[in-house]
Design a protein around this ligand. Structure first.
Ligand code: GLY
Length: 433
């Protein structure tokens, strides 16, 4: 099969790596790709994943038998619908189904109608009404721009002043562009977070193991939120009964609700959850593989990823095995200095070839300079993923290998997965203000 993979981050490097192990893969094309995906096929320059005309033309040119969509932006722009209309099978939801990530207000309405537990919320297109709501809300709030903001449009607030400033930033100053035309004000939740991922063709659901992202930039969960500074899988602290409740009452319920609403979801559905004193509650739904979760999950997949993606695209997921191994994985992200703020690019990266043979280095914001050297080209530069019999063992191996890779100003968290063995202690869902 000829496969066109859209995207160019660590997630796409991990997907390309697993696709390359399929006997059914004839040729892999990536747009735009990165030096990691280039190791398994051909990168196509000049076609951004969100350039719908360019993607449709490229799929025809390379005679793609399947297009796999990595990031959320092309999904929210309707790339799946355009490709399907052109007769190309796609792994990734339609524009209508992708609203579960692209509009937080839509996701909240869907959860309310389907009985999926989440925080209290209200949506506003008027900043004064949003501020009035914040002043009387009996809990601390989270202010979210309604549309896609790569995680940046979310402000977790300690008080009313902070909440009002967040509303102004999104609605008056348009800090997140059109995504802030509407804001969703949510009750702030307290507890431990986990990510649930599942493959689905809209009928059959095959759950992946649970994983945990670490979003704040600095050790101890301090500093600004990032795209994710590290990850581990499984979430061993998650009680089996809770895991089963999430699979049944969140993921499967959402897949059914979307289908009943005429928005059949095909791809990866990924709810982010908070384990609160009242039980698991949804923080957000995502309509694609998480990043960096994918980097920790795919090394645990025993089945053929291409078979799975192809089956999803054709509505035949029930026909293929989806099996996982028992090993644990830990991924540590190396970031450019200054990230998630402004950062330099072009620093040579050394030591990637020094890592152990069974350790993966998934390149994200990395490129090649004119001499062909590997250099930094983004905020999150690469993710080092190690395996172990336990998360603790994988963690030691991950950090042992991280320290062999260098670029100027590289920073990484030193506490990824450090709390993975701590038993679950849940806070109150909504603390008083
Ligand atoms: N791990 C966060 C995300 O993929 O949105």
């Amino acid at each position: 099969m000829n496969v066109l993979l859209l995207g160019g981050g660590g997630r796409e490097h991990a997907i390309a790596w697993r696709l390359s192990q399929s006997r059914r893969l004839s040729k892999l094309w990536s747009a735009p790709g990165n030096p990691g995906t280039a190791a398994y096929g051909e990168n196509v320059e000049g076609v951004a994943a969100s350039d719908l005309d360019g993607v449709v033309a490229l799929a025809a040119r390379v005679r793609a038998d399947l297009v796999i969509v990595g990031p959320e932006d092309p999904l929210a722009a309707g790339v799946t619908d355009r490709l399907v209309a052109a007769g190309v099978p796609v792994f990734g939801p339609s524009l209508a189904a992708a609203q579960i990530e692209a509009s937080k207000a839509f996701a909240k309405l869907l959860m309310a109608s389907a009985g999926i537990a989440t925080s209290a919320s209200a949506a506003f297109t008027d900043a004064d009404a949003a501020k009035a709501h914040v002043r009387v809300a009996p809990y601390r709030v989270v202010v979210k721009a309604d549309g896609l903001t790569a995680g940046k449009g979310v402000t977790v607030c300690d008080d009313i002043v902070q909440a009002e400033a967040a509303i102004d930033a999104a609605m008056r100053d348009r800090a997140f562009g059109a995504a802030g035309a509407r804001v969703v004000i949510e009750e702030r939740m307290y507890g431990r977070e986990t990510s649930a991922h599942a493959f689905t063709d809209g009928v059959t659901v095959r759950h992946m193991p649970f994983s945990c992202d670490h979003k704040p930039a600095l050790d101890g969960d301090r500093g600004p939120n990032t795209g994710g500074m590290g990850v581990y899988s499984p979430s061993g602290w998650l009680p089996d009964a809770t895991a089963e409740a999430i699979r049944r009452d969140v993921t499967e319920r959402a897949v059914r609700a979307l289908a009943e609403a005429g928005r059949t979801f095909r791809g990866v559905l990924y709810p982010g959850l908070m384990l609160t004193a009242e039980g698991p509650r949804v923080v957000e739904f995502n309509a694609r593989f998480g990043d960096p979760e994918t980097e920790a999950l795919l090394p645990r997949l025993r089945s053929d990823l291409l078979d799975i993606c192809n089956a999803v695209a054709h509505g035949r997921l029930a026909d293929v095995p989806v099996e996982w191994d028992a090993a644990a994985t830990v991924g540590v992200m190396l970031a450019s200095p200054g990230y998630p703020g402004p950062y330099p690019s072009g620093a040579p990266i050394t030591g990637v070839e020094e890592v152990d043979a069974d350790v993966q280095v998934f390149l994200a914001g990395a490129g090649r300079d004119e001499r062909g050297r590997l250099v930094t080209a983004g905020g999150r530069v690469l993710c080092v993923v190690a395996r172990g019999a336990t998360v603790a063992e994988a963690r030691v191996r991950a950090y042992d290998n991280v320290r062999r890779i260098h670029f100027e100003g590289a920073h990484f968290r030193t506490d990824i997965a450090a709390r993975a063995d701590e038993p679950l202690e849940v806070g109150s869902a909504g603390m008083p203000r």
